[in-house]
Design a binder for this molecule. Structure first.
Ligand code: ADP
Length: 545
């Protein structure tokens, strides 16, 4: 009796759930296929209940045969569901579908025949007419036909396909999606194991006394799936669920009022019902409000993303447009300086150099901005080559030697004691990074020296640039590698922009390397480090920017 009441509750719950989920979003394949699963489960439970309610053996036979219908169509909907949940990624083979559908049609055709259930007999027929209501299932003798074995094979094939698809989804899914698939799988497996034992294995072995439990086991599948769907942020379904819970509790309370005989209890239940309606309404309203808020936020986020993309696009176009005239200016300045347009006095000469310096800075800034927009749009390209990093570092030190000398600084390259292995990098990009570090060291050092070092450390090559300059405050050590960030001590250097180290970090990270700085504090100099892996074969170079 208890089992049947429980089945009835699940029958009602899964039917209502099916309707609500469908109404929540009629266009979503997830909603549609889940509703269909709910309805076929409801159908299965219904036919099982009808078996228990049968008054004659003919009725019993008919309903027992019909129980097969719901469980034949449910697996097809389940397979479809696994192809769209949590997102539409997997396409199932056309022939596989056709095969399953043909099998299902064969089973459905054979449902009314004796291949399905051969006979249905009451063990104590004399008790039937005298006791109206449910028949204890242990008092009937059911003989199953050969279709049952055929059905079992079909069912297990479907289960195997469903599980395989879920596992495939699991492998390709994100962390959040994986968790949902786990819940779905867990609920599904518990239900299947109980149902197969009570409604297939045991009946085939001649014991149908537990077949009433099978339909109730679907509760695990329904509850776990609902949980998986709700945590997927399908807002509509969340409202539907709250409404559903409120509705079910409301109906139970209402029934208590109607079926209670004492007036006192009716008044008490009536007041509880009114209170419940009020709080239920508040609950639904607050959920709706939260959803609206979230939807607005999601919309605002989308707009922001668009704006960000537009900004990057603008940055890229603007930088391209700026670069051409700047390069032209550089060319003309060079020609004036060389006296192509007439002799230049010492004063003009000096001024041209100052203009050229500023122009050079602008070109570097524009190049950095271009790099940033390329990085943000994922359009940075790398030309990899096997290089001798020691040679690159030495040539940079030679190049920047003059600039350091001009400031009265000593720029030295410490040759490595051991031989450095060749590494695979984009030489131009790595050059750009090291130039940036040495450039900064010259810029932020008033007196003393800058030492550039290169060494092999385990399976890495480490390049360091140490200076005796203004140093970096401890709390700024991690900050300066972020975009547009400058240290607090740079007020005297207005020409910086705070993008160089950001680009450097991105480029080094793209090479699977590391960049960091160490400093004892303000005024105590700083050492910048770059570490690049030596076994950085082309195949390992996967990071795309
Ligand atoms: P910029 O030099 O144009 O400001 P960077 O991204 O190259 O931009 O550097 C970011 C900040 O890091 C600088 O503003 C400065 O505060 C700090 N910094 C970089 N190099 C050094 C250095 N060698 N010594 C002290 N501070 C430095």
């Amino acid at each position: 009796m208890l089992v049947q009441v429980f089945s009835l509750i699940i029958l009602i719950a899964s039917s209502i759930l099916g309707i609500f989920v469908y109404l929540a979003n009629r266009h979503s394949s997830i909603n549609k296929s889940f509703s269909l699963i709910c309805f076929s489960i409801a159908l299965w439970i219904f036919t099982n209940l009808m078996v228990d309610l049968s008054r004659t053996e003919a009725q019993g036979l008919l309903w027992t045969r019909l129980t097969l219908f719901g469980v034949t169509i449910a697996p097809l909907f389940f397979i479809y569901f696994t192809t769209v949940f949590p997102k539409k990624t997997i396409k199932i083979n056309k022939y596989q579908w056709l095969f399953l559908i043909i099998l299902a049609i064969i089973i459905i055709f054979l449902i009314p025949t004796k291949f399905n259930v051969e006979s249905f007999k009451f063990i104590h027929p004399e008790q039937i007419s005298s006791t109206p209501g449910l028949q204890p299932i242990s008092d009937v003798e059911i003989k199953f036909g050969s279709l049952y074995t055929f059905f079992m094979i079909y069912f297990l094939v479907c289960v195997a396909i469903g599980i395989r698809l879920l596992i495939k989804n699991y492998r390709t899914g994100s962390k959040k999606e994986r968790l949902k698939i786990k819940y779905l799988l867990l609920g599904f497996l518990i239900t299947i194991m109980i149902a197969i034992t009570t409604n297939a294995i045991l009946p085939i072995l001649g014991n149908a006394s537990l077949s009433g439990i099978g339909p109730s086991s679907t509760i695990f599948f329904l509850v776990f799936t609902i949980y998986a769907i709700v945590t997927r942020d399908l807002f509509n379904i969340r409202v539907v669920l709250v409404q559903l819970v409120v509705l079910v509790i409301g109906v139970i309370l209402l029934m208590q009022i109607l079926f209670n005989e004492s007036l006192q209890m009716r008044i008490l239940n009536g007041s509880i019902f009114i209170l419940f309606c009020f709080f239920g309404w508040l609950l639904i309203r607050s959920v709706l409000r939260e959803i609206k808020l979230r939807e607005d936020l999601a919309l605002a986020n989308k707009e922001l993303k668009k704006l960000d993309e537009a900004k990057t696009e603008f940055l890229s176009i603007a930088s391209h447009q700026l670069r051409t005239p700047l390069t032209a200016i550089k060319g003309y300045l060079g020609m004036i300086d060389e006296g192509i347009y007439g002799k230049v006095s010492e004063n003009v000469h000096k001024t041209i150099h100052k203009v050229d310096d500023s122009n050079e800075r602008l070109i570097r800034l524009v190049n950095s901005l271009l790099d940033i927009s390329r990085l943000e749009m994922g359009r940075m390209e790398f030309d990899l080559e096997k290089v001798n990093i020691e040679e690159i570092v030495e040539s940079i030190v030679d190049e920047l030697h003059v600039a350091a000398k001009k400031k009265g600084l000593n720029l030295v390259f410490e040759h490595p004691k051991e031989e450095i292995p060749e590494i695979t990098v984009d030489p131009l990009k790595i050059r750009q990074v090291i130039i940036n570090l040495v450039d900064n060291a010259i810029k932020y050092t008033y007196k003393g020296e800058i030492i550039v070092n290169c060494e092999s450390v385990g399976d890495k090559v480490r390049i360091s640039v140490s200076d005796t300059g203004m140093g970096i405050a401890r709390k700024e050590v991690g900050e300066i590698f972020k975009i547009y960030r400058r240290g607090t001590g740079v007020r005297l250097f207005p020409e910086g922009s705070g993008v160089g180290l950001y680009v450097a970090r991105k480029l080094v990270e793209a090479h699977h390397g590391k960049i960091w700085v160490e400093s004892k504090g303000k005024g105590k100099g700083s050492i910048f480090f770059i570490e690049l892996p030596t076994r950085n074969g082309l195949g390992r170079f996967l990071t795309k920017f």
